[in-house]
Ligand binder design. Structure first.
Ligand code: PHE
Length: 346
């Protein structure tokens, strides 16, 4: 019986083949491992009668040697064919194209805003996102307890981790803080744009986020008038949304401008006829603006009798919504490639 089994396995082993390293390992386990078929035969061998031991012992050893030999032979063959394949590697082949990224829609729009204003002499100034109370509110005529601070509630930074003490270190809620830095470090005439990220303490939804992006503008010189402001904003709106665009200014309030206004453009989706986007009014609000309050000029060391100026500030997300009709603000910061890819050709 044992003899038959040995002969049978010998037949199998002489025929065995492996297409890859995994198959070869499976064969090794099948025959030679602790529970393998050949090992099992060796265990059976202990019980054969003494007179058969010599013959069967020889046969069994032959079986084990042949199996090991065959497995080594197959291993070498596999290694050789791998090398041959490596030689077949075509190093001159054109590589797969590298997937190119796209510009973020907010970057596209920010650059466009800067481009439009740079054509009428504006340069760019940047400043820190982590600011102090003085630059964000104090120098901009926000009284310490003024409710206007609530309009721009932001995040205050604890000086010692875990210790909540009143602090004047905060995340800027508008880039007007950069304007105060420019006004205290440069002499008029000043004509700057302040692009950047700003923070507000808002619950996140499709229409509000705890951070967004602004481009604010500041122009200070002798005899700057509200008419100059209106003209600059009309020029911007036509360049951004098309020559047929109309603007209107509504009185508003900001602590740092007097008078202050909110600017609407004729709805660029329905052309001013009224649609769901403009809530059937034909107008959509895009920015805040006004003449720089003399108190602000004085607190920045600029003589308000000699100089006047205008300022404006817009949300880049808002302009992007109008240009590309993005309905949900959150898409801008989720980095979903399916969304970002749509701006490939812009
Ligand atoms: N800083 C204002 C805001 O963030 C915008 C603004 C800028 C309004 C300049 C008027 C003048 O809401």
């Amino acid at each position: 019986m044992l003899k038959d089994s040995i002969q049978n396995l010998l037949g199998q082993v002489r025929e065995m083949n492996a297409a890859n390293a995994e198959e070869l390992e499976a064969l090794r386990i099948k025959y030679l491992s602790k529970k393998g078929e050949i090992t099992t035969l060796f265990n059976e061998f202990r019980t054969v009668p003494a007179e058969q031991k010599r013959e069967l012992g020889q046969l069994l050893n032959q079986l084990r040697q042949e199996t090991e030999g065959r497995i080594n032979e197959l291993r070498e063959k596999l290694a050789e064919s791998q090398e041959a394949n490596a030689e077949k590697l075509d190093l001159t082949r054109t590589p797969d194209p590298i997937a190119l990224g796209t510009r973020h829609p907010l970057s596209l729009v920010r650059e466009e805003i800067i481009d439009i204003f740079s054509r009428i002499g504006f340069t760019v100034a940047e400043g820190p996102e982590v600011e102090d109370d003085k630059h964000v509110y104090g120098m901009l005529n926000f009284a310490p307890e003024h409710p206007a601070r609530d309009m721009q509630d932001t995040f205050f930074i604890e000086k010692e981790i875990g210790v909540q003490k009143p602090t004047d270190v905060l995340l800027r809620s508008h880039t007007s803080s950069v304007q105060t830095r420019v006004m205290t470090s440069q002499k008029p005439p000043i004509r700057v744009l302040c692009p950047g990220r700003v923070y507000r303490n808002e619950a996140i939804s499709a229409r509000a986020h705890c951070f967004f992006h602004q481009v604010e503008g500041l122009y200070i010189d002798k005899n700057v008038s509200f008419a100059d402001l209106r003209e600059a904003l009309l020029y911007f709106s036509k360049e951004m949304f098309g020559p047929e665009t109309k603007i209107r200014l509504r009185p508003s309030y900001f602590p740092f401008t007097e008078p202050s206004a909110e600017m609407d453009i004729s709805c660029n989706i329905c052309g001013g006829k009224g649609c769901s986007f403009c809530k059937n009014t034909g107008w959509v609000e895009i920015l805040g603006c006004g003449m720089v309050d003399p108190n602000v000029l004085e607190s920045c060391g600029i003589d308000s009798k000699e100089y006047s100026g205008y300022a404006f500030g817009m949300g880049v997300e808002r302009i992007t919504n109008l240009k590309y009709r993005v309905k949900d603000l959150r898409l801008f910061s989720e980095n979903d490639v399916r969304f970002l890819k749509q701006f490939e050709s812009c």
